[in-house]
Design a binder for this molecule. Structure first.
Ligand code: C5P
Length: 220
C-alpha cells in the first residue's frame, strides 16, 4: 500500500496556493511515487496506491512500467484515511501487507527485505526505526524537560503487518488519528517489532529534503 494523496504543503513555496501534490513532484524526471513504487514492486504481488482524487489517471500513467499489477484508489483527507481506503481494495486472501510512504523515494531494497524477513519470522507488525542524532526535549506546562535519546527511534516506512491486524486496527481507530500505522496497531495491544531503519529512507517533507534527494541521485 502506498499512501500518495498528501498535498505536501510543507514542501510547497509559501506563495504557491495550489502546489503539485507531493508524491507527484518530479525528482530527476521521475515522480516520488513512481520511484517508491519501483522499489517495492519486485518484492510484492500487488500494489495499491492511494492518490489525490483528481489525479487518478495521471498516477496510472506514471506507473505504466511498474513490475507488479497495481490499482489506484482515491485517497482521503488524512494519511490514515488514505491507507484505510487502500486496505479496502485488497483481496481478503492476502496475508501480509507493507505500507510505504510515497514520500520516501530513496528507500533501499534491503530495508524492504528486512521488514519482509521480520514478518516471515512471525511478527505481526514491523517498523524500521533509526537512532536520533539530536538531543531531545519534551515541552511541559512550565518549560521543557530532556528525553533520553538512546531510548527512542525515529520511525520510517515500509511498515509491515498481517493484513487482518492492520484492518482491525484501522476499524478500531475510529476518531483516533495517528501519523503512522504501527501507532494504530498498538491500540490492539499488538507487539510492534523494530528493525534497523536506513538513513536513505528519509521522508521528503521540506525543501531541504528534496535538495538532499537530488544531490544523492546526482552522485549515483
Ligand atoms: O504528510 P506526510 O509527509 O506525513 O505524508 C506521508 C505520506 O502519506 C505521503 O506519501 C503522503 O502522500 C501520504 N498522504 C496521503 N493522504 C493524505 C496525507 C498524506 O496519502 N491525506
Amino acid at each position: 500500500v502506498i499512501p500518495a494523496a498528501g498535498l505536501g504543503m510543507r514542501l510547497a513555496a509559501s506563495s504557491d496556493r495550489d502546489p503539485e501534490p507531493k508524491a507527484l513532484r518530479l525528482l530527476e524526471g521521475r515522480s516520488l511515487l513512481a520511484r517508491s513504487a519501483a522499489v517495492l514492486a519486485p518484492l510484492v504481488e500487488h500494489v495499491v496506491v492511494a492518490a489525490p482524487g483528481d489525479r487518478l489517471d495521471q498516477v496510472r500513467r506514471q506507473l505504466w512500467d511498474l513490475a507488479a499489477p497495481f490499482v489506484v484508489v482515491p485517497g482521503g483527507r488524512t494519511r490514515q484515511a488514505s491507507v484505510g481506503r487502500a486496505l479496502d481494495a485488497i483481496d481478503p486472501s492476502v496475508e501480509l501487507v507493507l505500507v510505504h510512504d510515497a514520500a520516501r523515494p530513496l528507500v533501499p531494497r534491503v530495508l524492504v527485505e528486512r521488514v519482509i524477513a521480520a514478518l516471515d519470522d512471525g511478527s505481526s507488525a514491523v517498523v524500521p526505526g533509526l537512532a536520533v542524532a539530536d538531543s531531545l526535549r519534551e515541552e511541559t506546562e512550565v518549560g521543557s524537560r530532556p528525553l533520553d535519546r538512546s531510548r527512542v527511534r525515529a520511525v520510517q516506512t515500509p511498515q509491515g503487518f498481517r493484513l487482518e491486524v492492520l484492518r482491525e486496527a484501522h476499524r478500531r481507530a475510529d476518531t483516533f488519528e495517528a501519523t503512522d500505522d504501527a501507532s494504530l496497531v498498538e491500540l490492539l495491544g499488538t507487539v510492534v517489532t523494530l528493525v534497523p531503519g536506513d538513513p536513505l529512507a528519509f521522508k521528503i517533507t521540506r525543501p531541504l529534503d528534496l535538495l538532499l534527494a537530488e544531490t544523492l541521485l546526482a552522485g549515483r
